[in-house]
Design a protein around this ligand. Structure first.
Ligand SMILES: [Zn+2]
Length: 468
């Protein structure tokens, strides 16, 4: 039987994996991720999964990015949803925030999604037992082993899926699904060791199929820094600039930690506040501080303040003096996260004005820490509003800096993972618009290149390479 089927694997985002097992004469299936296509991808309209003809027993989510979880509400209500517990809380924060925003058109849908995510009968989270995540054994025909991986989303997983197959000598078919991952974050260096010990059990266990993301295959010319390298560059910037605005995703905990720590470094022995644009952002940082922060100090965000949208509100200092937030920011310096949208422009303008009226001696800096494709007019994912926003600030004399590191593995790291997992039957590149590059990679061993399958199996069935 065909155990692995991938939909929309030939695009970055919105890829869906189905894994099948044969249990007591019946086919059982699990789905991994059900997200939306990203703007600019080929598939204008997402495919419709045949829920009735090919029902699934459960959906597993690798992490909370929209291109992996975005279609959650289309999943039939009887299907249980498996995910990381912090991912679940982060998703609840996102849906609560969208559900109560007057800028979002269909608030009720987000409120309902938050309700679904809070439902303990529907949502099951992975349990850390102190050494590893407990294997999921309550789906007929399957044993699923979740492993934490490094990605720009916190609480991201790779899965090892053992599917029953009585026609095979071993009685099962083992698939490893990487989800999105990288080797250059703070925890990325652990990945190959984890594969050797937990996945391969020091070569005592063999993997039949590997499903691997390939986002960076088309971006191989991109220079990739590690998070600590980016932190050092940011610290140099913050030594130079007391007033810094930052554009960065609210869920990219690693990069937020890099910028936050760099700001503290520049302000030492005092500290510098991290201002965020709304309550939701503050809640996400509190969540990461309570979870990731309990494992490593670098994820502890201690001096976080919500930006006052009304700049005339006065705050009373310890000595009883009254200051507006603008005055405090001018006196002590700051790092402030904003969105590149016109209603956040006032925060920058206040400092441009303060400089012009000689209240402060320096113009602010604006750091763009997101993928640069969004600012490339030639790229289908181009965000004109963001591009115009940044151009406008530049014209005002605000210094613009680009400082970003990708959430995805480099082509070299992808090859290291393929060679370490050492699949014996099939290799499925997905989450890629450069599938052909896997065949050309100088790092992937030839024997694994022969196992490469097309990145979308929705049309045709393939038969197993191995004789049973
Ligand atoms: Zn992702």
């Amino acid at each position: 039987m065909q155990h692995v089927k991938i939909y929309q694997g030939n695009q970055i985002g919105g890829c869906v994996t189905i894994i099948s097992a044969m249990h007591e004469g019946q086919i059982h299936r699990i789905m991994i991720d059900y997200g939306s296509s990203l703007p600019g991808s080929d598939n204008k309209k997402d495919f419709e999964y045949p829920w009735e003809d090919e029902p699934v027993d459960a959906v597993f989510f690798t992490h909370y990015h929209g291109d992996h979880v975005g279609r959650l509400m289309e999943i039939p209500p009887e299907v249980p949803l498996y995910m990381g517990s912090v991912a679940r809380d982060a998703m609840i924060n996102i849906q609560d925030s969208l559900g109560s925003s007057d800028r979002v058109p269909d608030c009720e849908l987000h409120q309902r999604e938050a309700e679904v995510l809070r439902d303990d009968n529907r949502v099951r989270t992975f349990n850390w037992n102190g050494t590893y995540y407990d294997h999921v054994e309550d789906i007929p025909g399957f044993v699923i082993e979740p492993y934490s991986v490094d990605h720009s989303a916190y609480d991201a997983y790779m899965f090892l899926v053992e599917a029953e197959d009585p026609d095979r000598k071993s009685g099962r078919y083992i698939t490893v699904h990487t989800g999105d991952f990288r080797g250059h974050g703070r925890r990325g260096h652990k990945m190959i060791g984890l594969i050797d010990s937990y996945i391969r059990r020091f070569r005592k266990r063999y993997v039949d199929a590997l499903v691997i993301e390939g986002t960076m295959m088309s971006r191989s010319k991109e220079k990739v820094m590690t998070e600590p390298q980016m932190q050092m560059k940011a610290a140099r910037l913050f030594h130079k600039y007391r007033y810094a605005f930052l554009i960065c995703s609210s869920t990219n905990v690693d990069s937020l930690a890099s910028f936050y720590k760099a700001a503290q470094d520049a302000a030492f022995p005092s500290y510098r506040n991290l201002y965020v644009y709304n309550r939701y952002f503050k809640k996400q940082l509190e969540l990461f501080t309570a979870t990731a922060g309990s494992f490593a100090d670098v994820y502890k965000f201690e001096h976080v303040v919500e930006l006052d949208s009304n700049r005339n509100i006065e705050h009373t200092s310890a000595s009883g003096q009254k200051y507006t937030q603008q005055q405090l920011m001018e006196i002590f310096g700051f790092l402030a996260v904003i969105k590149p949208v016109d209603y956040h422009e006032k925060y920058i303008d206040a400092f441009v004005e303060a400089y012009k009226s000689k209240k402060i001696k320096q113009m602010p800096v604006l750091i763009f820490s997101m993928w640069d494709g969004y600012l490339d007019p030639k790229h289908p994912a181009f965000q004109k509003e963001w591009y115009d926003f940044i151009k406008r600030q530049e014209e005002k004399g605000v210094k613009i800096e680009y400082l970003h590191t990708s959430g995805h593995a480099t082509p070299k790291m992808l090859a290291d993972v393929i060679n370490a997992v050492a699949p014996t039957d099939a290799l499925y590149p997905m989450h890629t618009d450069a599938f052909e590059e896997f065949k050309k990679s100088p790092y992937i061993k030839e024997q694994y290149k022969d196992l490469i399958q097309p990145p979308d199996q929705s049309g045709s069935a393939r038969s197993s390479n191995t004789k049973i």
